[in-house]
Design a protein around this ligand. Structure first.
Ligand SMILES: Cc1ncc(COP(=O)(O)O)c(C=O)c1O
Length: 438
């Protein structure tokens, strides 16, 4: 077995820590194994670090790389369009072509605006919802991640030993110091996937609720599918009370198919957020929605701005991503098939080595956790899992060249192959065997 060492990364991290806070540019990058790592390049399904270690990359850089690393046609399209200019503080043709493509592909995308990332597109949608309804509160769900800004940076973690509180009146913990006190008063939060509680809460707060925002699949914690009928119920209740239904498709968009989770489940929200896979690693996102909602922006009642929005390279990246995905008739069939092959293989290995590893998710994304629960439905279930054991699992896989996201999440890309999945399963077998005996 190749020995994975991280000495050059360690040296670079020490150097970086002198000038970059904690040596990184995003909090999550600190939590790599055995510490923040430095990478030299990526190609297809593989990524390489500065110590020369090669990994099959199931993180896809936290999701965006739906085409894998360094797709030549994508890089070519970006280079060609960027040669003509980078940013005009004005409109350009590919921006319209991209909007037309999203309009054609995504059910609720009648009108849209482009932004830089998921976090700010989420805030734009909330602003639209408040403006149109004249109400202030929004409803969100424990464990759902909608970016790092203040009003959504609660209910993501849970200090050891603290109670989560009643289901209809949860205790809410800030994810970060420094959040504005006011931001806690902007939202109601409840556990997800509980139809009765959803209905009770919406009915109770209907006169104050501007929006309900949800991940259609709870990708960020446990990769949990909605219970049958849950999203439909959310759609029905929000429509009944004229509340905006915002689907946060930052992960599911271009991952579960070209029409996102809304196409997959056949549930059409009022507005939706796309980011990550939409731009294949370039900073572009979209808030898309029904004309009746997006007119708040079109009329100028709601201000949405941004110096850097829709720059040439980012728009070219998104347009090229769609073109490449559309040119491969079987791409999603393959992504789902490989995901399910991985899932089934993991389940078999878990049985073989008598572990309590739970595997959940639809295929393009999967989650592995260690828990005695047979299935997890919401964040409170996720919290019961053994994080320490997961940490050992992720680290041991990493030392064998299999890179997954630290919270147990695996992504499949268009560049993932059968042999990548098979190699991952060999490594998982070795790791589970080792964990059993140690
Ligand atoms: C569902 C979801 N929404 C929003 C965001 C925030 O997006 P960004 O990191 O691009 O700001 C994320 C990021 O992981 C996400 O997973």
């Amino acid at each position: 077995m190749q020995e994975y060492t991280y000495l050059k990364s360690k040296e670079l991290l020490e150097r970086a820590c002198k000038v970059l806070a904690a040596g990184v540019s995003s909090e999550f990058r600190k939590y790599n194994h055995p510490h923040a790592l430095f990478y030299s390049h990526g190609k297809g399904s593989r990524i390489y670090d500065v110590d020369g270690n090669e990994y099959i990359d199931f993180t896809l850089s936290q999701g965006p790389l739906i085409l894998g690393h360094s797709h030549p046609a994508l890089l070519g399209d970006i280079a060609n369009y960027s040669e003509m200019g980078q940013l005009y503080a004005g409109q350009h043709i590919q921006e319209v072509e991209l909007a037309e493509a999203l309009n054609r592909l995504i059910p609720c995308a009648e009108l849209m605006r482009f932004c830089l990332d998921g976090s700010e597109a989420v805030q734009t949608a909330l602003r639209v919802a408040r403006s149109k309804t004249g109400r202030q509160l929004f409803l969100r769900f424990e464990g759902h991640y909608h970016g790092w800004l203040d009003n959504v940076a609660y209910g993501l973690g849970h200090p050891q030993g603290e109670s989560m509180g009643e289901r209809n009146d949860p205790q809410v913990f800030p994810w970060s110091a420094g959040l504005a006190d006011n931001s806690r008063r902007e939202f109601i939060i409840i556990p997800w996937n509980d139809e009765k509680l959803l209905e009770q809460t919406i009915v109770k707060y209907k006169d104050d609720l501007a929006a309900v925002i949800t991940e259609p699949v709870m990708c960020n914690n446990g990769c949990i599918m909605p219970r049958p009928g849950y999203l439909e119920k959310m759609r029905g209740l929000t429509r009944q009370f004229d509340i905006a239904f915002i689907m946060d498709e930052v992960i599911t968009g271009f991952r579960m198919g070209l029409s996102g989770a809304q196409g997959y489940f056949g549930v059409e929200p009022d507005m939706a957020i796309f980011a990550k896979a939409m731009g294949s690693g370039y900073p572009i996102s979209a808030i898309v929605g029904k004309k009746s909602w997006m007119d708040e922006i079109a009329t100028g009642r709601v201000i949405h701005a941004g110096t850097m929005n829709a720059s040439n390279p980012t728009v070219a990246a998104a347009l090229s991503t769609i073109r490449i995905l559309e040119s491969d008739a079987h791409v999603y069939e393959r992504i789902f098939r490989l995901g399910l092959k991985l899932k089934e293989g993991l389940i078999v290995l878990n049985k073989t080595y008598g572990q309590n590893m739970l595997v959940q998710g639809p295929g393009p994304m999967l989650n592995t956790s260690f828990t005695d629960l047979k299935e997890v439905y919401e964040f409170r279930d996720v919290l019961q899992a053994d994080k320490r054991k997961l940490g050992v699992f992720v680290a041991k896989l990493h030392d064998r060249g299999i890179r997954i996201i630290g919270r147990g999440l695996w992504y499949i890309s268009a560049a993932t192959t059968d042999s990548d999945v098979e190699a991952a399963l060999v490594a998982v077998g070795e790791v589970l065997k080792e964990m059993k005996t140690s």
